[in-house]
Design a protein around this ligand. Sequence first.
Ligand SMILES: Cc1cc2nc3c(=O)[nH]c(=O)nc-3n(C[C@H](O)[C@H](O)[C@H](O)COP(=O)(O)OP(=O)(O)OC[C@H]3O[C@@H](n4cnc5c(N)ncnc54)[C@H](O)[C@@H]3O)c2cc1C
Length: 473
Amino acid sequence: MNSTTQILVVGGGPAGSTTATLLAREGFDVTLIEKEVFPRYHIGESLLPSCLEILDLIGAREKIEAYGFQRKDGGYFAWGNESWELDFTKLRHPYSFQVVRSEFDQLLLEHAKSQGVKVYEGTEIRGLTFDGERPRSAIWAQGPGDTNTGEISFDTLVDASGRAGVMGMRYLKNRHYHDAFQNVAVWGYWRGAGRMSFAPDGAIAVGSVPDGWFWGIPLHNDTMSVGLVLHKTTFKEKRQQGKSLEQIYYEAMDECPLILDLLKNATFVSEQMKVEQDYSYMSDKISGPGYFMVGDAACFIDPLLSTGVHLATHGSMLAAASIASMYRGEVTEAQALHFYEHSYRHAYLRLMVIVSGLYMQYRGKSNYFWQAQQLTHNDYSDAEALNEAFLFVVSGIEDQNDVVDLPKELPIEGMAGQLPPEEAERAKAMYQVYHKVFLRSSMSAETAIEGMYVTTRPHLGLALAQSERVMTA
Ligand SMILES: Cc1cc2nc3c(=O)[nH]c(=O)nc-3n(C[C@H](O)[C@H](O)[C@H](O)COP(=O)(O)OP(=O)(O)OC[C@H]3O[C@@H](n4cnc5c(N)ncnc54)[C@H](O)[C@@H]3O)c2cc1C
């Protein structure tokens, strides 16, 4: 491995490979270091239509289209007493994919190599050295028993190391877990599951149960990923009662007719049940001198709306545009960091409001699980930013559904609960609006953040809302 690189990316998941590819395509010297040798298992299989935009941007659309993943035309929610379908075919990007992540992530990483990224798999970043706050080099180790070790210096670090979070967990120690969405997921894979003839083709099935909800994701290899999400307190209680993961999973499933029906002729094929805490968090700071944290390394939101890969790759685009403009001298480092910090936070907050809003649509709210998904002051210290996010989302819904009479000043606590009574319709609108909220966010002068937005032509970079290029201060 070289002893120096312009940009070091840690982690080869969707955030790492997307950021690295975008920067390599802009002509920068990029090295990506990934701990595992791909393909490696990962949860997070249901993608949103926004992935098409990102795949186009990194030039990998054809490869992914040709691979044969399950196409996803929407979703089906059996939510309390309500049920509704989400039809992506009416959106600007009319479909998405359900992917086996080991295969999808490997395709993206191979694509990064093909675009000039120097990729080292089976290599772990063990530590960083700093010059003040600025990370300057990384210590890496390879092979069984660390047969090979070394140090690589860099100008800019992109931390895309996922939940392990090299910067956030080891150095900054600044991950803030929300009070809302303190959930645990238990899941496994089934062969021979049925299809929902009443829902868009390849849809994700989401079915609520009194203590949480189930996902059912059909995959191209004839398996279905089926997972239960429940609150950590309920999970702990059940474990203390001596219940196994299997008991917790199957008992909950008995209360979910949607999933039971899909699995009536199916066989459970996982060796064992998988379990993971999926508490939502945001780091107090996601960038600083010489570093950008992207994807799960920066923040994570409850999987209800399948937003993880979307948020990771959206963040990749924001980071790559900021870094590219910074290196070209179009913005100062301070401006690039400022834009990145604010635009990614806005995207995150708006999503968090949508997810909480959808939880609040559930009519059996008296149950603990559903109350625990409501945002409070503790979930985000910047009350103004959270209110802004809520208003932004609501105004997006207004555009789509002509919903009127929303209060202009909304208290944070219980804000999602203040939505008008047509809850199912509203929930549907909230889901649909994500597309608008995310794809257009920070991508045009109208949706500029801090006076700047991402432009992809003639280069990927930042532009001023007044349509002048940002000049170096
Ligand atoms: C229960 C559950 C269900 C989910 N469902 C969905 C879903 O349906 N749809 C969706 O879009 N998202 C979903 N997600 C979220 C999704 O899994 C993540 O948001 C997504 O994988 C984030 O991508 P990433 O690139 O940031 O991180 P990752 O994909 O985790 O990649 C990080 C990479 O960094 C590597 N790494 C870590 N430490 C080091 C180190 N020290 N040195 C070198 N490499 C390192 C890791 O090996 C890993 O490959 C779900 C999450 C959970 C918990």
